[in-house]
Design a protein around this ligand. Sequence first.
Ligand code: PRT
Length: 284
Amino acid sequence: MLKIAVQKSGRLHDDTIRLLKQCGLKVNKGLDQLKAEVIGFPAEVLFLRNSDIPQYIADSVVDIAVLGENTVIEKGEDLKIHEYLGFSKCRLSIAIPKGDTEYTGIKSLDGKKIATSYPHTLQQFLNKNHVKAEIHKISGSVEIAPNIGLSDAICDLVSSGSTLFKNNLVEKDIILKSEAVLVSKPELDDEKAELLDQLLFRIRSVISAQNYKYILMNVPNESLEKVTEILPVLKSPTVLPLMEKGWSSLHSVIAGEDFWNVINQLKACGAEGILVCPIEKMVV
Ligand code: PRT
């Protein structure tokens, strides 16, 4: 039985539950809010605070978890990252008050105060840049610190940037970029390692499917070769004859982001009736 830690509530919760569901793990929340049984996989889910999860893994209360990479870097030296999951993307950045015209780079923070919930990561960044600044650790509402005279700058997570904007702050240096990751202790016993492998196989199939689209189109036979050159296919496209002589139906898989780059070239080759469909799972 694999014990999976999921954030109880917050930014990671919904996407994590959705990913587990796509992997065939139905989390049966029931009335017990801390623990939930899982249907479709020998696992149990524990709903925990994000910031507490690294310790629960270290204490072997849970085996694996979905965390922001920023949390792993800040407090999870003993965690092994198995997979990048593509959601909860953000960056850890240094921001300063809008009117601060003296700032010319991170060295400008020498001797200054910086408020953050990420003291360890910030300290490493300052050391790397030979900056000696005073780190003021606060656990929430970091953005308010310069406005109330608590610090000269902040180091916090940013996604849309609207919280910085609302607090009259400007983002200056990006310390790291982060997204949700699947982590475990470095060593798991054989049974749990085997279950983790099975789960990773499912997760990778779901993630691959999200990045690709199934594409099909009608192509004049004389253009089949040209179209095949344009489409960055996985292996080789499927070509089926149409009832109408001289035409074929070409099926392939394309990276989602490539579609708009190739659509005009496909049309120029005479491709018609182009359909692009989502893929649910992809095993390559
Ligand atoms: O209470 P618990 O310990 O469970 O929660 P938490 O406070 O650690 O978690 P939560 O839900 O706030 O964040 C969980 C994870 O989501 C983080 O560790 C990141 O990996 C990820 N994430 C992604 C974010 C953001 N985006 C984010 N924007 N975490 C926090 N923020 C905050 C940021 O601190 C700032 O206050 O949102 C504000 C900025 O957002 P924008 O959109 O205005 O830039």
